[in-house]
Design a protein around this ligand. Structure first.
Ligand code: ME8
Length: 650
């Protein structure tokens, strides 16, 4: 028997103008909505996520005409592109409404008629300025140097029109905002809305003369509904209103948007329209900041758009990551830098850095090290032991931080909370040193390994709303189905003893940022052999040296944290070593003799006061000591027993 419907957790994005295709700016709001959806689903909610396109604007028909295109064909093409790009970005919208669809036209007309019947619409004459690019009315006093406050061209309009009595809702709006402190977020923008309302609301002109494009007003077909009035109605039109069943989808739990359309439209006009219709108000309106580039808002009109899928493809090509994971990298970037109160600035360098630091280093290392050690010390099977208290606590703390962040729609804070887990895990591995426990046959080893794997499992669950493909890939390496519910995170049962683990395989290969900046070219090929030859300078070793000369070399115990191959080099490995409190990058000519994975966790002897050298374009801050075996390959020197990193060697 079908279950009775229940009210969904409803999420909306603005409906986007179809005068340009999606970019990383419009992507931001859509992505924020998608993360909200996925998180709420993990909490067990049934979610409805609506997005769509705003197609009835004067600007749209003018753009189509300028392109010599049939407007309907033109808007359909762009609406399809929106859907395709959102799907490409792994956005799981449940409904996509277009304001040229019959269901929207029917609802918009019914809404207008009902609001008029309720006495909130009257006929009048409009005289004023109109900004076609943002479809906004302005009075003379609003203009700055003859243009809109945003610097757009305006045109004079004189028409008999319909007006909505917005001014009548001033007090009701203010008391709703006051009684519901979380209605408008962030709080700083709520204050802007309150002062905007306090300046006095004017009635709004809600019709335009019908030039053949738009939603005609029932009973007055010479006019179409003003596009903003029409567009806002999409949110209830998509619920099926006025037909039965709309209550399952409305009111929205959260309506996401950029700050540009919060004050005048979503936080003033829209709730007043709903009040006039006796319809419930959305629970939260979130107006996030802008993504800027070179100081300007990213927008089609500024010509500075970055296409999200192109960004992902470029990263996939340059790093070698699989495309679905590269798409997750873009999603991660959007989440981590999501401008809530302030604006944030997109730069390619910042994006690259986030991929390297957050994904390749923090997350990637945690995954590689944990799985490598589980294979090395537990035959690749999750040990039968209780996880340690410190790991459970760290997971619970990160989880609580994530939940608090998401309850205030702070996606950037939630992303940070999720990364707390791999960050903790990397430190935990350094501190608990499983290699030492294994060496000393310490019974704590199994608990430490189980704790590491439980942290990985928790990280998989916590990154899932932002990086769904990555979560699936991690779950696969853990030999399990992906985490589906939020409760599972941190529960030892989510990482059962006896689970057979896969071999680790890196998800986010590190980008060579310097190489990218140098634009790859530069006689790299000719430099390579020369530089590699410099590895072992041929010089005469003197028969005798002074003791004081020998003492000039600072030798210390270090621990290998990471090791990787260097593209194009036959001999070198790039190794990150912990010496005392610092981490150094050292290049060592030991490729072939050692697998990078086998080096992780091993103690080595490092010469730490050699001048920094550059080999194959990579810095080397020291030298790892090794003996030459008979065939010339390396045999690493290692202390006879574990010693604290940084211990000096004589
Ligand atoms: O305003 N940074 O549509 P629109 C952050 N059709 N967010 C950005 C952004 C940027 N650089 N650029 C765009 C409209 N956005 C109307 C909405 S709703 C009933 C009607 C996002 O295509 C942000 O969410 O101009 C902004 O509010 C929205 O795109 C504007 O999209």
């Amino acid at each position: 028997m079908p279950q009775p419907m229940s009210k969904r957790y409803s999420i909306t994005t603005p409906i986007y103008y179809v005068n340009s295709v999606p970019h990383i700016g419009t992507g931001l709001t859509t992505f924020a909505s998608d993360v909200t959806k996925r998180y709420q689903q993990m909490l067990g909610k049934e979610v409805w996520f609506l997005t769509g396109t705003d197609e009835n604007g004067q600007k749209v028909s003018e753009t189509a005409e300028a392109a010599g295109r049939d407007p309907m064909e033109f808007v359909t093409e762009i609406a399809d592109t929106f859907k395709e790009i959102w799907r490409g970005m792994d956005i799981q919208f449940d409904d996509f409404i277009r304001t040229t669809e019959p269901r929207h036209i029917k609802a918009a007309q019914a809404f207008f008629t009902k609001l008029k019947e309720n006495g909130h619409i009257y006929a009048g004459k409009y005289e004023g300025w109109y900004d076609v690019s943002t479809e906004t009315w302005y009075k003379e006093a609003d203009l700055v140097d003859g243009k809109s406050p945003d610097g757009n061209e305006v045109r004079w309009v004189e028409e008999d029109n319909w007006f909505f009595k917005l001014s009548a809702f001033q007090d009701q709006l203010l008391s709703h905002i006051e009684a519901n402190p979380e209605f408008i977020l962030p709080a700083s923008r709520k204050n802007e809305v309150v002062s905007f309302i306090n300046q006095g609301l004017r009635d709004v002109c809600i019709s335009r003369s019908n030039s053949g494009w738009g939603v005609p007003i029932a009973g007055d077909e010479d006019k179409v509904i003003y596009v903003w009035f029409d567009a806002l109605i999409n949110y209830v039109a998509a619920t099926g209103w006025p037909d039965k069943g709309w209550e399952d989808f409305w009111p929205a739990d959260v309506q996401w948007m950029g700050k540009d359309i919060l004050t005048r439209f979503h936080a003033t006009l829209w709730p007043a329209m709903l009040m006039g219709m006796d319809l419930p108000l959305p629970k939260h309106l979130v107006g996030h900041g802008w993504l800027l580039m070179g100081g300007d808002k990213i927008s089609k009109s500024k010509g500075n758009v970055v296409a999200p899928l192109e960004l992902a493809k470029k990263y996939a090509e340059e790093s070698g990551a699989d495309l679905p994971l590269a798409i997750d990298a873009v999603r991660h970037y959007m989440g981590a830098t999501l401008p809530f109160e302030n604006d944030s600035t997109f730069t390619q360098d910042d994006f690259n850095l986030r991929c390297n630091v957050d994904l390749a280093n923090d997350l990637g290392n945690a995954l590689n090290r944990s799985l490598t050690m589980a294979h090395k010390f537990a035959d690749g099977v999750v040990p039968d032991a209780e996880p340690e208290e410190s790991a459970i606590k760290a997971i619970q703390a990160a989880k609580a931080k994530y939940e608090a962040a998401m309850s205030g729609f702070r996606i950037e804070k939630a992303v940070d909370a999720a990364l707390d887990v791999p960050r903790f895990l990397n430190k935990y591995v350094d501190d608990r040193a499983p290699w030492a426990l294994a060496k000393n046959s310490d019974p704590a080893l199994d608990s430490v390994l189980r704790s590491m794997l439980l942290c990985l499992r928790a990280a998989e669950g916590m990154i899932k709303p932002v990086m769904p493909s990555t979560a699936t890939a991690i779950a696969k390496q853990l030999g399990l189905d992906p985490i589906s519910s939020w409760d599972q995170i941190g529960d030892p049962a989510s990482m059962p003893s006896g689970t057979k683990l896969e071999q680790p395989s890196p998800l986010f290969p590190r980008l060579d940022i310097k190489k990218q900046q140098q634009n790859q070219q530069k006689q790299k090929k000719t430099d390579k052999p020369k530089k590699e030859k410099k590895m072992k300078p041929k010089f005469e070793v003197p028969a005798e040296i002074e003791f004081t000369d020998f003492m000039k070399v600072k030798l210390q115990i270090g621990r290998v944290l990471e090791a990787e191959e260097i593209e194009g080099s036959k001999k070198l490995l790039k190794i990150q070593v912990k010496v005392g409190d610092e981490q150094r990058q050292v290049l060592a000519g030991i490729k072939g003799a050692y697998e990078p994975m086998d080096l992780i966790g091993r103690q080595v002897v490092v010469a730490t006061n050699l001048k920094t050298a550059k080999l194959m374009g990579h810095e080397s801050q020291g030298m790892i000591l090794a003996a030459d075996d008979a065939d010339g390959s390396a045999i690493l020197l290692q202390p006879d027993k574990e010693s604290p990193e940084g211990t000096s060697v004589h």
